[in-house]
Design a binder for this molecule. Structure first.
Ligand SMILES: Cc1ncc(COP(=O)(O)O)c(C=O)c1O
Length: 396
């Protein structure tokens, strides 16, 4: 079938493809240890669920303004100000169908054919395809495993050309867990100022940071505002992936462009989910601290377990809920050709679901999500250790 050229520029999200394949195994009754998910395994907190039920009972089930209900736009601005020290007004805020939709709308509103967009590698799978769909060209900026995969302003500066229009920064990072320190972020902003670039800061994992790091937004710097698009999401912070609520904070004319696009495509995000989001942002945040403490425990366990496996090297993620071990010692030379083939073997032979590094532009790595219980992590580590000890002895 002949589809439009623009649809042939993109592929199905590889993380969604892994999820679908793991589901097929589970449907056959196979006990899969699922290290694939990019979502918290905790339930949405009760007070948020109750707010949604109330919204249904009160018949708040009709269209809302395309940009979201005004109390929610105001609540996003107030929450962001309280958490990070930013100053945004409701006309600089749009509520979207998840953070992904905010990125899609912002890139669609800003990028014209031939514009270059700088994307640090390893990258979240959707960034390059969203840029390509808009007609732009992703330009990949390297980060170093020895530097914890932290994006550096100098690396960014080297990639700037006369066609560069936008820089996308995702900190804490999916898949590496890298966190850009505040002073480095300020230098990244200076690069954007020097070359008159837009900066899109994807803060979807903002509240999952470990050690000394604290949730940070470059939106806290007033001078960033004229060129900054903050993208946030309730998906991870409040364990609300299925509710599909995200937002963008940006200069009002850009927000107007995004609202126009939204009004001609999805219209408003689900009204019921908006009322739930309002409660999430205005209510208690104890659940966030509880999740963070549990992720920290799991991170320690999984790092210990992975580092004990022959041929695995692993940087310590500073945020999010993924580890990104280098397993290059286990590919090539008569074994799996690459980590895509290795991930397939892991699912077939050990019933473990992981996402191959190629999906993130990083050959030789696997992304392992620890958004699963300690018991499943223990079981997964046992299976991985067994798989790699037998594949090591089978290696030439
Ligand atoms: C880096 C990053 N940005 C954005 C998103 C989008 O999340 P959502 O659309 O559920 O808000 C995700 C989801 O996995 C992500 O990992």
């Amino acid at each position: 079938m002949q589809l439009a050229e623009r649809i042939n520029r993109i592929s199905v999200s590889p993380t969604m493809a892994v999820m679908a394949e793991a589901e097929r195994y589970k449907a056959r009754g196979i006990d899969v240890v699922d290290f694939g998910p990019g979502e918290p395994d905790f339930p949405t907190p009760d007070h948020i669920k109750r707010a949604a039920i109330r919204a249904i009972e009160e018949n708040r089930t009709k269209y809302t303004p395309a940009a979201g209900i005004m109390p929610l736009r105001e609540a996003v601005c107030a929450w962001h100000a309280a958490q990070f020290g930013s100053r945004y007004a409701a006309n600089e805020c749009i509520v979207t169908v998840g953070g992904k939709h905010a990125i899609f709308n912002a890139v669609s509103a800003l990028i014209s054919r031939g514009d270059e967009v700088l994307i640090p590698v390893p990258y979240w799978v959707s960034f390059p395809d969203i840029v390509k769909y808009a007609g732009g060209e992703p330009v990949f900026v390297p980060t170093e495993p020895g530097d914890g995969f932290c994006l550096r302003a100098e690396a960014l500066e080297r990639a700037v050309t006369s066609r560069t229009r936008l820089v996308i920064v995702n900190s804490p990072n999916n898949p590496t867990g890298a966190v850009v320190p505040a002073d480095e972020f300020a230098r990244i902003l200076q690069v954007c100022e020097r070359h008159n670039l837009w900066l899109l800061s994807d803060e979807c994992y903002s509240h999952f940071v470990y050690g000394d790091a604290r949730p940070f937004s470059i939106g806290s710097l007033a001078e960033a505002k004229p060129r900054l698009i903050v993208v946030g999401s309730l998906s991870k912070t409040f364990s609300m992936t299925g509710w599909r609520i995200g937002y963008a904070l940006a200069p009002a004319p850009l927000v107007e462009g995004m609202v126009k696009l939204q009004s001609q495509s999805t219209s408003n995000p689900t009204s019921i989910a908006q009322y739930a989001a309002l409660e999430a942002l205005c209510g208690p945040m104890d659940s966030v601290g509880a999740m963070l403490a549990e992720y920290l425990r799991r991170r320690e366990r999984i790092l210990d377990g992975l580092r004990a496996i022959h041929g695995f090297t692993c940087t310590t993620p500073q945020g999010a809920f993924y580890v990104f071990p280098n397993v290059a010692a286990h590919v090539g030379d008569g074994r799996a050709a690459d980590t895509t083939a290795l991930a397939r073997e892991l699912l077939e032979r050990a019933h473990i679901a992981v996402v191959p590094g190629e999906a993130f532009g990083a050959a030789g790595y696997l992304r392992i999500s620890y958004a699963t219980s300690i018991e499943r992590i223990e079981e997964g580590l046992r299976r991985l250790a067994r798989f790699f000890s037998s594949s090591a002895s089978a290696a030439p």
